[in-house]
Design a protein around this ligand. Structure first.
Ligand SMILES: CC(C)(COP(=O)(O)OP(=O)(O)OC[C@H]1O[C@@H](n2cnc3c(N)ncnc32)[C@H](O)[C@@H]1OP(=O)(O)O)[C@@H](O)C(=O)NCCC(=O)NCCS
Length: 192
């Protein structure tokens, strides 16, 4: 199967029906889940019955153009985590969310920035996307840092959703980041 995306060090491929264990293990690390569930692992049953099936139907819905993609270190084929690029369900196809979740062992290696940069390029040059957005909790500086490094900026503050009120820093809310195609193209013009 052709990869969805390839960068210098990382290959993104669709998840397969047998990949539930990769997701269960990723979501079992409280550090990974800190700003998502307050550190609670995603129950394996939820991964098997809800999470993985919804990823698989997502590929069908968007004809493989968008979705949540498994990330592998190209040199070793080791699983790193996942990245997502997808419209909201039922939303316009020219607005795509960017997201990422990596194994703690692979933080601090620049993978999130490298792949996010490449996903923006794909969104704006191949997929006819007009705006890419991402949302993050106020305390999740690593995630904000990735979006800032690829040129996204805060467009508004967010209230924490009801189902995340137990997460550390929930009272601080979060931020929505965006970058438009025009802003992305502008970044690529060498400054005098
Ligand atoms: C969000 C997350 C993916 C960020 O991971 P990360 O490893 O901090 O981000 P990067 O991959 O861009 O790595 C950044 C650091 O790697 C280091 N690095 C090493 N080689 C690098 C390279 N070639 N390019 C860029 N950075 C590199 C740098 O120190 C860099 O930090 P700096 O820019 O401050 O110097 C990670 O924290 C995570 O998975 N968190 C749990 C899930 C989560 O919260 N997801 C987001 C929900 S909104």
């Amino acid at each position: 199967m052709d990869p969805y995306l390839q960068t210098d060090r990382v290959t993104l491929r669709p998840f397969g029906a047998d990949d539930a264990d990769l997701l269960v293990e990723l979501d079992s690390d409280p550090a990974v889940m800190r700003y998502l569930s307050g550190g609670e692992p995603t129950p394996p049953q939820v991964v098997h019955e809800l999470v993985l099936p919804s990823l698989l139907t997502g590929y069908e819905r968007w004809g493989g153009r968008f979705g949540v993609f498994a990330a592998y270190e190209t040199a070793t084929d080791a699983f790193l985590g996942w990245f997502l690029l997808r419209p909201e369900r039922g939303g316009p196809l020219d607005e795509a969310e960017l997201g990422y979740r990596l194994r703690q062992a692979d933080w601090g290696r620049g993978y999130a920035t490298e792949v996010s940069e490449a996903l923006l390029r794909k969104a704006f040059t191949e997929l006819d996307v007009r705006v890419v957005w991402g949302e993050t909790m106020a305390l999740n500086r690593p995630s904000q840092h990735v979006m800032e490094k690829v040129g996204m900026t805060v467009v508004r503050e967010l209230e924490t959703p009801e189902d995340m009120l137990a997460v550390e820093g929930a009272e601080l809310g979060g931020y929505r980041y965006e970058i438009t195609r025009e802003q992305w193209e502008q970044r690529r013009v060498p400054q005098p």
